[in-house]
Design a protein around this ligand. Structure first.
Ligand code: GLN
Ligand code: ZN
Length: 758
């Protein structure tokens, strides 16, 4: 029990997928009609109750309710507020679970709501569609039922919802000449009703998430905070406004003055903001400090955290709350399930459930309970991690220290390289290629899985993959593709494949994190200095090259993408980790070159994702990320052609930095935007060669020759013919063979026609 003068502990949210991804499997069964709605509802309730029980057992003062969502928490808020896109024709108050999923996934009549990344996370939310006509008349009551359920379980409830300003900010409106902020009064009327209803149910606290405060907001949005929270003040539960993902130091005074009961700060991302708050924080106002990393999987250094809290504790007393930095949604659920991880590595980690225990120790320590034993154990673990030779490899540090300053520069500028590459490869105008992967058939997956489980011998696995490579290469030769690829059959995932072969990475069995809807990802754990013990792709690419006289394109994942899609070290700068990966990839590039592979693609689809939330910090990121890419690409001679590939992105605002990566060829996704993206490349006069995707690989639809011809013509308007490549938008691994072949046949026919017209 917490005494009145004690520090309180809470979390901002918990992962809902379940330690065994129960929610994913039940949801997908529901979609396939294999379980009833009642059965799915039951799975959700079981998970919520289990996660609340864990929070209560850890001695937290509240359980978080409202963090659960069947598909996405922003979609759930949309359904609660009653502002569904009118185009679906649904009644928000009578919305069925099946209809809710249609909003997220589309139906035969309507495409899904758009989906996009939640701030700088890999979590995707469903973008609310608002217009000046939008009303907020209320909708489903699920949220209130969850609250009641938590109460009947005997829990003290803290309700959780997106804050009204963040909700509006995240919404899109294509309507011209109308400002989303105009909807604020209507939206606040609905929030007021929700707060009143919570009060009637005896809910004492509500957390409203306003992570937009960590962005560099336009002034009218900042100005909207005080009046907004004025409206919500005293409407029922005490409001805790939660910031996270970045510093909100510049708003310290604004937040101190807001009529809310408390504010949450993310001290993992921005510890330096704390003194500014302590200096001015009013008496009787809660300051919730996020001191356990909600975005990463490392065990907290509890003694260090306690030391950092000392001043806050003495000045805030009972008004100090402690919590993870943000919702635990972004971490896997339970480390205890990882029976294959060795004990040492495991001791360095904490997943969501373990983070509850960390918060619990911190709370008890602050409240004078003797936790010396736990702290001593934690100190030993941290000391071990600081010094372990599994983490610290002096050879890697030495190599970086001795790296020549021009290691990130090719031997000669692009024009010189281009001439050398033309002489070597003698490719036709508008050369054709693909992005790397070919259909991952069930046979390929089965062979890989059997090999991993030891049921297929190395010899047999090798033979199966070689047969697949031969099939893919022969197909491309038949089709007349100028620069074929080996097809990536041996890769489960473009990061995992490399992580498994690099020193410094570990893999979990069940370390799943929700990416969107029922989809989860299992990021590798990058725990130590990275190096490459042996070549990773050379044998496959060499074999593929042996099958054709055409130049085989080698295929690698770039350092920024490997960094971005892994759980990375928190004991050194991301930039340093990225450099280490870059050196390992550079070794592979050089080995490929030595093996006679003259064209090498280094994929960087996650390059843009790494951009910091505050635009003022972009330049620093772009400098080190670009440098890392160039380090990986610059160990080769002029006549080796380096490609890169990026997708799902808009790049208009970072074109100079993309050009500075200095890849000889860049392939990008453009077909879905009707080459709109390419116009910016044209205007900017992108200096090197470029392959704008001429067809969308995300759907099985086979584009007609004329459609692709039209896109090629559009591309030729902005890119000179001698710098234009023809390729699909992205890899083909999710497609089946029939549509892949048909689409490529059309792509080559379109290219032929375009060439004759030149
Ligand atoms: N080479 C990878 C593939 O073709 C690229 C994937 C990506 O861009 N995400 O699958
Ligand atoms: Zn792609």
């Amino acid at each position: 029990m917490t005494a009145t003068h004690d520090v309180k502990a809470h979390i901002l949210g918990f992962p809902r997928i379940g330690a065994q991804r129960e929610l994913k499997f039940a949801t997908e069964k529901f979609w396939r009609g294999e379980v009833t709605e009642a059965e799915l509802v039951n799975v959700g309730q079981t998970l919520r109750r289990r996660h609340w029980a864990w929070q209560a057992e850890a001695g937290l003062d509240f359980v978080a309710v409202g963090d659960f969502a069947w598909y996405d928490q922003i979609l759930s808020a949309t359904a609660l507020l009653g502002c569904l896109p009118a185009r679906f024709g649904f009644d928000a108050k009578r919305l069925t679970l099946a209809q809710y999923f249609e909003l997220g996934r589309g139906n035969t009549a309507q495409p899904a709501q758009e989906m996009t990344k939640y701030f700088d996370t890999n979590y995707h939310y469903m973008v609310p569609e608002l217009s000046s006509e939008t009303t907020f008349d209320g909708g489903v009551e699920w949220f209130f039922h969850e609250i009641e359920d938590a109460q009947t379980q005997g829990h003290s409830v803290k309700a959780v919802l997106p804050g009204p300003l963040t909700f509006l900010w995240l919404a899109k409106s294509k309507q011209h000449g109308y400002n989303k902020l105009d909807l604020l009064p209507k939206l606040l009327a609905r929030y007021t009703r929700i707060l009143e209803k919570l009060a009637a149910k005896g809910v004492s606290h509500i957390q409203l998430d306003e992570p937009i405060l960590g962005l560099e907001l336009p002034s009218e949005w900042i100005a909207a905070f005080a009046p907004t929270y004025q409206v919500l003040a005293g409407k029922g539960p005490k409001v805790l406004l939660a910031s996270y993902f970045d510093s909100v130091e510049t708003h310290a005074q604004l937040l101190a003055d807001l009529p809310v009961a408390g504010v949450h700060l993310d001290l993992i991302r921005a510890l330096e903001q704390l003194p500014a708050f302590i200096a001015i924080w009013p008496k009787n106002k809660v300051l919730s400090l996020g001191v356990v990393d909600g975005r990463n999987i490392w065990a907290a250094d509890l003694n260090k955290v306690l030391a950092s809290l000392q001043k806050a504790h003495s000045s805030l007393g009972q008004y100090l709350w402690i919590a993870p930095s943000c919702s635990l949604l972004h971490t896997p659920v339970d480390l205890a399930q990882e029976v294959l991880l060795d004990a040492e590595l495991k001791s360095w980690l904490a997943f969501a459930k373990q983070k509850l225990a960390e918060i619990s120790v911190l709370k008890r320590a602050l409240n004078g309970v003797n936790v010396a034993e736990e702290l001593a154990l934690n100190a030993a673990v941290q000391a071990n991690r600081r010094t372990s030779t599994r983490i610290h490899n002096p050879a890697v540090a030495a190599r970086l220290a001795q790296l020549p300053s021009n290691a990130d520069q090719r031997v000669s500028p692009f024009t010189v390289r281009q001439a050398a590459q033309r002489a070597r490869f003698n490719l036709p105008l508008l050369p054709t290629t693909t992005i790397g992967s070919f259909p991952q058939t069930s046979e390929i997956r089965a062979a890989r899985a059997a090999f991993k489980q030891g049921k297929l011998s190395t010899v047999d696995y090798d033979a199966a993959m070689k047969a697949e490579i031969a099939l893919v290469v022969n197909k491309q030769v038949e089709l007349g593709i100028d620069v074929p690829v080996h097809g990536e059959a041996e890769r489960n995932d473009m990061v995992e494949y490399f992580g498994e072969q690099l020193a410094g990475f570990a893999f979990t069995q069940l370390g799943w994190v929700q990416s969107y809807g029922s989809r989860c990802v299992k990021p590798p754990v990058l725990f130590g200095d990275v190096s490459r013990p042996a070549p990773m792709t050379v044998a496959w690419s060499s074999y593929a090259q042996s099958l054709t006289t055409k130049p085989m394109k080698g295929m690698l994942t770039g350092p920024v993408t490997i960094l971005q899609w892994s759980f990375v070290r928190d004991d050194q700068a991301r930039s340093l980790t990225c450099q280490q990966i870059a050196l390992a990839i550079r070794d592979e590039v050089v080995d490929l070159e030595n093996a006679g592979i003259g064209i090498i693609q280094i994929d960087e689809p996650a390059f843009r994702e790494g951009l910091p939330l505050k635009q003022s910090q972009w330049a620093a990121y772009l400098a080190w990320a670009g440098e890392s890419f160039r380090i990986s690409a610059s160990g080769v001679a002029n006549d080796t052609q380096i490609h890169t590939h990026m997708c799902y992105s808009e790049f208009n605002d970072i074109l100079p930095e993309i050009a500075a990566m200095d890849a000889d060829v860049i392939t990008i996704e453009t077909s879905r935007s009707d080459m709109e993206l390419l116009e910016a490349f044209g205007e900017f006069k992108y200096p090197n060669e470029i392959g704008p995707g001429v067809y969308d690989i995300h759907s099985p639809r086979v584009p007609k020759i004329e459609e692709m011809l039209r896109l090629i013509a559009k591309a030729l308007d902005v890119v000179p013919a001698d710098r234009l490549w023809i390729n699909p938008d992205c890899g083909l691994k999710t497609r089946a063979w029939p549509e892949t072949e048909a689409a490529l046949v059309n792509m080559l026919a379109a290219t032929q026609t375009a060439r004759t017209a030149l």
